[in-house]
Design a protein around this ligand. Structure first.
Ligand SMILES: Nc1nc2c(ncn2[C@@H]2O[C@H](COP(=O)(O)OP(=O)(O)OP(=O)(O)O)[C@@H](O)[C@H]2O)c(=O)[nH]1
Ligand SMILES: [Mg+2]
Length: 239
């Protein structure tokens, strides 16, 4: 008997179970931090990657925020937890807590502002001082949509710098979305192979103690000195 014939609708029939949404089973949580000078486009890169959105009137970030996107890598569900903080010096009193537990980092500069590229070495230094040695680092030149008229840092120079510092490199545009997914996926793939594949190899060889990094082990920062917002649960636009 179908619903129309019986006169019963799922709402007035107590015995009809409402469909429940099964919580997704996350296999791994990867924390990635995004750093770089103010106004290079860090927040908009996160918005583009996690929500496919862009805001022209983006406000400077104050404190710390994170956004997440769940992706599938090698048949595993990976939650990328991407952390964003202020590039402005006066808001940056939180360094070690921010870097704690990060498996990857994006160091962002603006290809139209030379000074933001000149500061990359300092950002990498800070990262290496605070983050785990095995963290995967990617240098990201943002605002590639402005490359034709306003470029101030050549791709060749950035590649040469990335090579000397052993960083992955990508030029992207948060505005157009060009290369954004590719850059994040490349970083997350590399984390996956370093953290998951390497550790599995070690497990199978029985070398040392291997901690499986899974959904139950998230290094989330809590502290009274930090202002932390999970932005993608607040509003659809980060402006
Ligand atoms: N043309 C262009 N503008 C961009 C791009 N990404 C960001 N912007 C603009 O650059 C400005 C700064 O972007 P934000 O994402 O707020 O920069 P931020 O690095 O997070 O800055 P802080 O939070 O101060 O550290 C905003 O006006 C954005 O609209 C891009 O890919 N292309
Ligand atoms: Mg910001």
């Amino acid at each position: 008997m179908n619903e129309e014939m019986s006169g019963e609708s799922p709402e007035n029939n107590k015995h009809v179970k409402k469909p429940t949404t099964m919580p997704e089973k996350i296999d791994y949580v990867f924390k990635v931090v995004v750093i770089g000078d103010s106004a290079v486009g860090k927040t908009q890169l996160l918005s583009r990657f996690t929500q496919n959105e862009f805001c022209f009137d983006s406000k400077s970030t104050i404190g710390v925020e994170f956004q997440t996107r769940t992706i599938t890598l090698h048949s595993k569900l990976v939650k990328a937890q991407i952390w964003d903080t202020a590039g402005q010096e006066r808001y940056r009193a939180v360094t070690s807590a921010y870097y704690r537990g990060a498996l990857g980092a994006m160091v962002v500069y603006d290809i139209t502002k030379r000074v933001t590229f000149d500061h990359v070495a300092r950002w990498v230094e800070e990262l290496r001082a605070h983050a785990d040695d095995s963290a995967v680092i990617m240098l990201v030149g943002n605002k590639a949509d402005l490359a034709e008229d306003k470029r101030d840092v050549s791709t060749e120079e950035a590649i040469a710098f990335a090579e000397t510092q052993r960083l992955f490199f990508s030029e992207v545009s948060a505005l157009s979305g060009g290369n954004v997914d590719e850059a994040f996926f490349r970083l997350l793939e590399e984390i996956f192979s370093r953290v998951v594949v390497t550790r599995k190899g070690l497990e199978s060889e029985n070398v040392g103690t291997v901690v499986k990094l899974d959904g139950s082990r998230i290094d989330v920062i809590f502290g009274s000195d930090l202002e932390i917002k999970k932005t993608n649960e607040l509003s659809s636009c980060s402006c």
